[in-house]
Design a protein around this ligand. Structure first.
Ligand code: GTP
Length: 243
């Protein structure tokens, strides 16, 4: 297998879970972890890839979990969106401290903190080499940050979604609970939907399916993996139209 030093994609949407930022604390933002992630992003950015980011908010607040405990789902989801904005600002700071120009755009107006989401402006920022961080999900309750990632990926004409997780890719069952869980290297959108595989929620997967947006699921906790995916190395799981 030849390993390319250049990226197979020109523009990607990198989806990070909020939990990726929490490190061993189990809550909030770990300064060492966020700085490691920022350094990895800097490295791949230096390959000339245009990078947009969507970060979840689960390290601070989980809207769905709160709603199952009786909170109104819409209120809980709005709180979750604010959590993604906190993470976005933290990652912006971590990236800019190491010299990566960024712009945060929010789906919910918070003019004093960041720019509003304007699709054409986001594309312009990417063309100018800025990392664009999309905060506050889609701005709507009942939609996850995975759906926000799919939507924004479509809107900015990304070549692929890179979905960072804590495990090596998509398994037939939870690898943390089952030792014999099988890792898939390729799946179709329909496989994911039919088998109910927990890659992304069904809204996000359907959106990708309808618009033929490839999803690369990989383990963020292994250093250098974002680069490996971009170089086309065979790690993780690719979800696409064809198996
Ligand atoms: P160009 O037009 O390509 O030069 O992009 P730019 O982002 O550098 O220009 P602009 O003058 O729009 O932004 C300058 C700075 O102000 C950037 O750091 C933006 O993120 C920030 N900025 C722009 N609009 C807003 C806004 O509505 N709210 C906040 N808080 N910051 C903004």
């Amino acid at each position: 297998m030849t390993i390319k030093s250049k990226s197979q994609f020109k523009r990607v949407l990198l989806k990070l879970s909020g939990e990726a930022l929490q490190g061993a604390n189990g809550f909030g933002i770990d300064p060492v972890v966020i700085s490691d992630i920022a350094n990895e992003i800097k490295e791949v950015h230096a390959m000339g890839v245009e990078i947009a980011l969507v970060i979840g908010g689960g390290n601070i607040f989980r809207g769905l979990a709160a709603s199952t405990q009786g909170m109104d789902r819409a209120s809980a989801d709005y709180m979750g969106m604010l959590a993604t904005a906190l993470n976005s600002l933290a990652l912006q700071d971590a990236l800019e401290r190491i010299g990566v120009a960024t712009r945060v755009q929010s789906a919910i107006a918070m003019q004093e903190l960041c720019e509003p989401y304007i699709r054409r402006k986001a594309i312009r920022h990417l063309e100018k080499g800025r990392v664009v961080i999309f905060a506050a999900g889609t701005g709507n309750p009942y939609f996850t940050t995975d759906t926000a990632a799919s939507l924004r990926a479509m809107e900015i004409h990304a070549d692929a979604i890179l979905k960072a997780t804590k495990v090596d890719g998509v398994y037939n069952k939870d690898p943390n609970k089952h030792k014999d869980a099988k890792l898939y290297d390729k799946l179709t959108y329909l496989d994911v939907l039919k088998e109910g595989l927990g890659v992304m929620d069904s809204t996000a997967i359907s959106l990708c399916m309808d618009n033929n947006m490839e999803i690369h699921v990989f383990n963020l906790t292994k250093k250098g993996n974002i680069k490996r995916v971009l170089q086309g190395q065979k790690i993780g799981t690719i979800v696409s139209k064809k198996n």
